[in-house]
Ligand binder design. Structure first.
Ligand code: ZN
Length: 535
């Protein structure tokens, strides 16, 4: 006891203890008490400090990283920073291997930088101590053994992962967007209903003709959180450390494409797409598709096979370089001569594009459908017919103003209107009740006779009842509209209330054939018929 008092705070050596969970701990202990090992390490180190009165605990640095290789270890980095800033005199660890199993790191810090910064390293179980000069060779041998060990562990982990993937067990700690990792089984995916809705929306949006960029913009406009922002909101630690503010992480076309092509949404697990060079070099290599590990029906699907295949087909079509000009015109392959059944071909002059029956073009099969037709005229007719069709298809009750184009806006507007009506009614009710109150007071004060009072009371109660009935009706209308609005979210195809411009995709989606007949010279008309894909 006497001895302790001879040290004042100035001479006390500031000790930083570094704790790390390792694979050995994981093997030895059941998963649930992984923290047990950290506790043991801490106890061991604290006892050591207690035995040395010249030591004082200046900081604890704890990483739960299991590998001990050069992966992300935030506490380790903090420790190094504090060493550099001279906040510590001693770094204390259970062993040198807890500090790092990587020879390069051991060399860099324990054998070099620490010396430069005047920091002593002590590893308890392997008697590593930089203050002891004869200790260096032993430490280096230790380091080498540790590195071999790490290589073995890494290979073991790789083969363990491989067999897990073969069995269709999820090995990533992160679920793909639309899914969660099951709380009961961390190798299994379960649906995250909110994100799954967005996934479905993305597929449906693509069908409506939007591209990857269009969809990304659309989602950003609607303030739908991007996958990483969504993860962040859910409190899931991200594997990518970004300096950008979270709210700035928006959807990008690549994410949309990834979602549109990922078979995980069919309920299949495809893993092992990438690998790293070695346990030390974490550079990612993308493996050949033939080496991916595939297991079908490992979890519930979000997208049905039909929809998925349709989207894949469209992606292929849209990315395929097209013949000659590299562009396919909007109505290509869709316009047919009503008279002879041959395709109508597009011809361009300097002023306009035209469609002409192929038979007349080729010269050997004369067709009575001689006159060409302006391309933009056909487009205009088709567009109008398509919009007429859409009106027929969708909610007739709500369809008041076609120009506003967005059914959801219509619902929102209608809901707001109803809510205003409700507020007005509630005001009326308040007024009525006030009247009743005054009326009652008048009666009590003998101002109005009983008979008159009763009549008035009856009248006002009827009004009150009426208002309440109306409010009830409004409430149920609002509820219905909200359900309809929700349905719209679920089926974004419905949002195509009005199409402003024909695109190749829209044509593919809606139109089977467009038949163009010959000109009726007497009436100066021309028969144009559209065969729709939808029944
Ligand atoms: Zn023809």
């Amino acid at each position: 006891m006497e001895k302790t008092n001879t040290f004042n705070s100035k001479t006390l050596l500031k000790v930083g203890i570094y704790l790390r969970l390792s694979n050995e701990d994981k093997d030895k202990l059941s998963k649930s008490d992984s923290s047990e090992s950290i506790k043991n390490q801490r106890n061991m180190l604290m006892q050591y400090i207690a035995k040395h009165p010249e030591f004082t605990l200046a900081g604890e640095y704890c990483d739960e990283d299991l590998s001990g290789a050069g992966t992300y270890r935030p506490a380790f980095e903090r420790l190094i920073k504090d060493c550099e800033d001279k906040k510590l005199d001693i770094v204390l660890c259970k062993s040198q291997s807890r500090f790092s199993r990587d020879m390069e790191i051991v060399e860099k810090y324990i054998n070099n930088k620490f010396k430069e910064w005047n920091i002593r390293f002590i590893g308890l179980s392997d008697n590593a101590d930089t203050e002891n000069r004869g200790n260096k060779k032993a430490r280096q041998i230790n380091g080498l053994v540790n590195e071999w060990y790490l290589e073995d562990v890494s290979n073991n982990i790789r083969s363990a992962f491989y067999s897990k993937m073969k069995q269709g067990e999820l090995i990533s700690p992160f679920a793909p967007f639309g899914y969660d990792i099951s709380p009961e089984n961390n190798n299994k995916l379960i649906i995250d209903p909110i994100a799954a809705t967005t996934v479905k929306d993305i597929y449906n949006l693509y069908l409506t003709g939007m591209g990857f960029t269009g969809i990304a913009k659309y989602l950003n406009r609607k303030n739908i959180p991007s996958p990483s922002l969504y993860k962040y909101h859910k409190g899931i630690k991200l594997n990518v450390i970004s300096k950008r503010p979270r709210e700035m992480i928006k959807w990008n076309p690549n994410q949309v494409k990834t979602i549109l092509t990922n078979e995980v949404y069919l309920g299949h697990l495809i893993q092992g797409k990438r690998t790293t060079i070695s346990y030390k070099n974490h550079k990612i290599i993308y493996k050949d598709k033939s080496k991916w590990i595939r297991k079908e029906n490992t979890h519930e699907s979000i997208i049905d096979e039909n929809l998925f295949n349709k989207v894949q087909e469209l992606i292929k079509k849209r990315s395929k370089p097209l013949k000659s000009s590299g562009m396919v015109h909007t109505l290509a392959g869709k316009v047919v001569c009503l008279e002879c059944g041959h395709n109508m071909r597009k011809k361009s002059t300097r002023k306009h594009d035209y469609l002409t029956c192929y038979s007349n073009n080729s010269g050997y099969d004369d067709c009575i459908n001689k006159a060409s037709i302006r391309y933009d005229v056909v487009e205009e007719i088709v567009l109008k017919a398509l919009n007429d069709l859409l009106i027929k298809y969708y909610d007739k009750d709500i369809l008041i103003d076609l120009k506003s184009q967005n059914l959801k806006d219509q619902y929102t507007k209608k809901i707001a209107e109803l809510q205003n009506q409700k507020i007005a009614l509630e005001k009326e009710i308040a007024k009525t009740r006030n009247y009743l109150k005054n009326l009652y007071e008048d009666k009590v004060n003998g101002i109005i006779p009983v008979k008159e009072f009763n009549t008035l009371i009856k009248e006002y109660s009827e009004n009150d009842n009426n208002y309440n009935k109306q409010i009830k009706a409004i409430n149920s209308s609002i509820k219905n509209l909200n359900i309809k609005k929700q349905d719209l979210n679920n089926n974004l195809l419905n949002k195509y209330l009005h199409i402003n411009k024909l695109t190749r995709i829209i044509v593919q989606e809606f139109i089977d054939k467009i038949y163009v007949g010959k000109i009726n010279k007497e009436k100066n008309t021309r028969d144009i018929q559209i065969k729709w894909n939808i029944k």
